[in-house]
Design a protein around this ligand. Structure first.
Ligand SMILES: Nc1ncnc2c1ncn2[C@@H]1O[C@H](COP(=O)(O)OP(=O)(O)OP(=O)(O)O)[C@@H](O)[C@H]1O
Ligand SMILES: [Mg+2]
Length: 256
């Protein structure tokens, strides 16, 4: 089993979109996939329709796991895109309720009980660096960083790299950065070309890579999310779906 946290404390860079594409793309390749929604915004849970199905599990969410009220096994919901542990708005108070010793390890300990059932676990995280994201990184083999071609992204990734270093030092020595994935890309602007070069440099400095595949900006992505469908089912032949397919092939190489 390989566990990957999709992380960037900057909002709206494509974390949930990439998490969903990985979840469904890996499922379609025949892998056993579990997604964990750790974002109180519940975007991924909504998109895979896990919020409606929560009733099947008695409405058990990642909040119940983080507060040790229930087990990961009981929280799993089956969807067309793969399995998911859905999220809850209650998670937004995590920094206040997760205070005890060993609080960084709660997710890892829970996922260990079901990790044998899966080939890939993908964790979608909120736009923050918090006890939730530290839990996700502590449970993971890889951090995957989606980023957009703008200057604040460069700044944010340096801060994120410091968090990754701290988690490596104190909680999870084997954590690696899978790479930076450029999302919502518009190849027509000179600016985004310059910044993608800078992201490449930054990736090198962090001892990782900028993925060769860029995910283009496309309205098809938004349409698929409104329809609550995976991009692969909604528009199997569109260019942006091709981008995600190519990225997943790269991801499979990197995360071997
Ligand atoms: N390749 C793309 N083309 C067009 N729109 C996109 C693309 N990727 C993401 N979006 C849109 O950008 C917005 C933000 O994407 P997403 O929710 O995946 O980001 P996020 O990093 O998970 O955000 P948050 O930090 O709030 O969790 C969404 O409206 C989504 O539809
Ligand atoms: Mg999100």
């Amino acid at each position: 089993m390989t566990c990957t946290t999709v992380i960037n404390q900057k909002g709206g860079v494509g974390k949930t979109t990439v998490s969903h594409a990985l979840m469904s793309g890996l499922s379609k390749r025949g892998f056993r996939v579990l997604a964990v929604d750790l974002d109180p915004q519940e975007n991924l849970s909504f998109t895979v329709r896990a919020d409606a199905q929560e009733k099947n599990t008695g409405n058990i969410t990642s909040f119940d796991i983080m507060t040790k009220r229930n087990s990961a096994e009981n929280a799993v919901v089956h969807t067309d895109s793969g399995d998911i542990i859905p999220s809850s708005p209650l998670l937004s108070g995590a920094d206040a309720f997760l205070t005890g010793t060993g609080r960084e390890y709660i997710l890892k300990e829970n996922l260990q009980t079901i990790s044998g059932d899966y080939d890939y676990i993908i964790i979608d995280t909120p736009p923050s660096l918090s006890v939730l994201t530290v839990n996700a990184l502590t449970a993971s083999d890889f951090a995957l960083i989606p980023a957009q071609a703008d200057v604040y992204s460069l700044q944010g990734i340096s801060q994120l790299a410091e968090t990754v270093e701290l988690v490596r030092k104190y909680c999870n020595r084997s954590l690696k950065i899978a790479g930076i994935l450029l999302t919502r890309h518009n190849s027509r602007t000179v600016l985004s070309r310059n910044i993608s070069e800078m992201l490449g440099e930054q990736a090198k400095n962090l001892g990782t890579r900028l993925f060769d595949t860029f995910i283009r900006e496309s309205v098809t992505v938004k349409e698929s999310q409104i329809s609550q469908m995976s991009i692969f089912d909604y528009a199997p032949h569109s260019s942006v779906t091709g981008d995600f397919d190519k990225f997943i092939e790269e991801f499979l190489e990197v995360s071997k």
